[in-house]
Design a protein around this ligand. Structure first.
Ligand SMILES: O=C(O)CCCC[C@@H]1SC[C@@H]2NC(=O)N[C@@H]21
Length: 372
């Protein structure tokens, strides 16, 4: 009972950041289908068995993969049949557009994140796999799919997950509840820095991937990726499943990293394996900073990467004498210590901006509370 209570309260706590962020239709429709179409094709897909391939970077992680396979304790969505294999049991040469585990593992340099992998050519949702098996997997494990047929977006949206997308979820734990809501910012930052780093390393044009607060990735005005965080709280630990969807190679219906590179006259194509390993290298570094020093040392880089410095937004203010709220324009300055938007009114008053919980576009439904 205690666990359930805490779980509920933590979901409420996290929903401060989650529930508002993806209730707007304009962008999410680009990636989301109507529920009925999605359900029909997901039902057909769920009839075919899913193949899940397990591997690890080190010998002991490979040994863990063997024991996990033998114990057959992995779970996957109820109605889906699946078969588990070890990477060593598969043909060495993966198919052209399949995620190449060897290429990925060879370039990964982390101590914890991304070292144990579950890969599948097609599965319902990587997020479901890591959430359902959270306690069976080593912390930092990643599930990667080439295609999802029940991909989940925020706010109950479905997430279009065709081939060419980077689709991954990984596990992590935290003790300090104050910094848990900031994890999604660190994930976004790790991804933008990974893409920048790969561009520099390979001498290709820099892609201007930016963070649309709180957890979207934008490229040239179009959504190119999104982050999803889910969590439970148990024995004083937050167990967090992080999902990342990034349009690497499929340029419909918006854009992708590689189609923007092509527009910049580059023949180079970013590969999901390199993006994933570089992302985990960056994430592990930033996560270490977040845990030991808080978000402060990352703020400058974050503000350089997000889209909102100096943004003018309309906020609503409830007045006891009036039925409808009054609207005021404020200027975004940065983030408050709790991870909300810090803004300043034209009269110099500082305030923290919260979502109203109803608006489709977060920046159109802000309520302010005054700061001392
Ligand atoms: O709504 C958003 O913008 C967040 C979308 C997150 C999608 C990713 S794709 C990999 C992982 N598995 C899922 O089912 N969803 C997340």
């Amino acid at each position: 009972m205690l666990v359930n209570t805490l779980r509920t309260s933590f979901h409420c706590f996290l929903s401060l950041h989650h529930s508002f962020s993806f209730t707007r239709p304009s962008y999410s429709n680009i990636f989301s289908r109507s529920l009925s179409v999605a359900t029909a094709s997901a039902n057909m897909e769920s009839q075919r068995p899913v193949v899940l391939v397990l591997s690890g970077k080190s010998e002991s992680e490979k040994e863990f993969a063997r024991s996990l396979k033998e114990n057959s304790t992995l779970k996957i969505t109820d109605d889906v049949k699946f078969q588990t294999y070890l990477h060593s049991e598969m043909e060495t040469q993966s198919e052209k557009d399949e995620f190449n585990i060897d290429t990925y593992m060879n370039s990964l340099e982390t101590k914890c994140f991304g070292r144990f992998i579950l890969w599948s050519p097609r599965l319902p949702s990587t997020q479901d796999i890591v959430s359902l098996n959270f306690f069976q997997l080593p912390i930092g494990s990643v599930c990667i799919a080439d295609l999802q047929f029940k991909g989940r977006g925020r706010s109950q949206n479905t997430w279009e997950s065709p081939k060419g997308s980077l689709l991954l979820s990984f596990t992590m734990q935290m003790e300090n509840g104050h910094v848990v809501p900031l994890v999604q910012y660190v994930v976004c930052l790790a991804m933008t820095e990974a893409i920048k780093n790969l561009s520099i390393r390979n001498g290709i044009p820099l892609l201007d991937v930016r963070i649309k607060w709180p957890n979207d990735l934008y490229l040239n005005g179009l959504k190119v990726g999104g982050i999803l965080c889910g969590s439970t709280y148990q024995s004083k630990i937050f167990n967090i499943s992080v999902g990342v969807g990034l349009n690497v190679d499929n340029d419909k219906p918006t854009t992708s990293l590689n189609s923007e590179l092509q527009k910049l006259n580059s023949d180079y194509k970013l590969q999901r394996e390199d993006i994933t390993s570089t992302f985990f290298d960056k994430f592990e570094h930033f996560f270490h900073i977040l845990i030991h020093q808080g978000f402060q040392p990352l703020k400058e880089l974050y503000y350089k990467t997000w889209l909102h410095s100096g943004q003018r937004v309309i906020v609503q203010e409830k007045n006891q004498e009036q039925d409808s709220p009054t609207e005021n324009v404020v200027t975004v300055q940065g983030l408050t210590s709790s991870g909300y938007l810090l803004a300043i009114a034209d009269n110099g008053e500082r305030c923290e901006l919260h979502p109203d919980g109803n608006s489709f576009d977060f920046f159109k439904g802000l309520v302010r509370s005054k700061l001392a």
